[in-house]
Design a protein around this ligand. Structure first.
Ligand code: PGA
Length: 253
């Protein structure tokens, strides 16, 4: 991919608050973020709070260009699934994006490639955009089979949906060993994987947005965003600090 085609894609910064925040902290964080992100921008910004705060976040983002997203979803539309939330419910709350396949859910909730594929379909059927996360473990990386793992995770969804539907999807590369650890993939490591992921969708190569996630901070964002195949970031820790978050959004802009 050339720099020229990269320039055609709008950068996207997604803040995943994970299981953090409360009404008071969220209100003060969002007041600062909204005040710092006024007017027109060349990039898109999304915030994904925990479920109980979706409505509150929605009202605090009213009138701003920042969009609402969710951190996960159930694959079914409704029924006896205690504790679960469907994509149509998220659409009802004006969510625009849903993170699926995050490595914390794959590892801690045991979500399988197959479930992730079903979630992908459910999100699109509800008219929302899935942000499909893939990434290798430290062991995969050390054994040099990181591309194989990522290929398998992507193929599990392709086998279920085909590739055309990725027109309305975002991909995210999150090396498991870099999430929340303070270790970032080097620009070369990240670019290698992003290029590989883009090559899996040759018909959409110019348009599919591929985010990097894993200890992105204000000090390393610029360098990552300058790479030809990186179209923004999926942030955990950095999305909980208004100054840090806004600095990263500005680096993408
Ligand atoms: P981190 O999390 O920025 O805290 O490393 C990234 C993620 O989980 O998306």
């Amino acid at each position: 991919m050339s720099k020229a085609s990269n320039a055609k894609r709008r950068q996207l910064v997604v803040g995943n608050w994970k299981m953090n925040g409360n009404l008071r902290e969220n209100a003060s964080l969002l007041a600062e973020v909204v005040a710092g992100w006024q007017g027109e921008h060349k990039s898109d910004v999304v915030i994904c709070p925990p479920y109980p705060y979706l409505m509150h976040t929605h009202s605090l983002l009213a009138g701003s260009a920042i969009m609402l997203g969710a951190q996960t979803v159930n694959q079914y539309d409704k029924g006896a699934y205690t504790g679960e939330v469907s994509a149509s419910m998220l659409a009802d709350l004006d969510c625009k994006f849903v993170i699926i396949g995050h490595n914390e859910r794959r590892r801690m909730q045991g979500e399988t490639d197959e479930q992730v594929a079903h979630q992908f379909v459910a999100v699109q059927q509800a008219g929302l955009t899935p942000i499909l996360c893939v990434g290798e473990s430290l062991q995969d990386r050390e054994q040099g089979c990181h591309l194989e793992t990522i290929g398998r995770q992507l193929n599990a969804v392709f086998a279920h949906t085909g590739k055309d539907v990725f027109k309305n999807a975002v991909l995210a590369y999150e090396p498991v060993w870099a999430v929340g650890t303070g270790k970032t993939a080097t620009p070369e490591q990240a670019e290698e994987v992003h290029r590989f992921m883009r090559a899996q969708l040759p018909d959409l190569a110019d348009e599919i947005r591929i985010l990097y996630g894993g200890s992105v901070k204000a000090h390393n964002a610029q360098q990552l965003f300058a790479l030809p195949d990186i179209d923004g970031a999926l942030l955990g820790g950095a999305s909980l600090d208004a100054d840090e978050f806004l600095a990263i959004c500005s680096a993408a802009d």
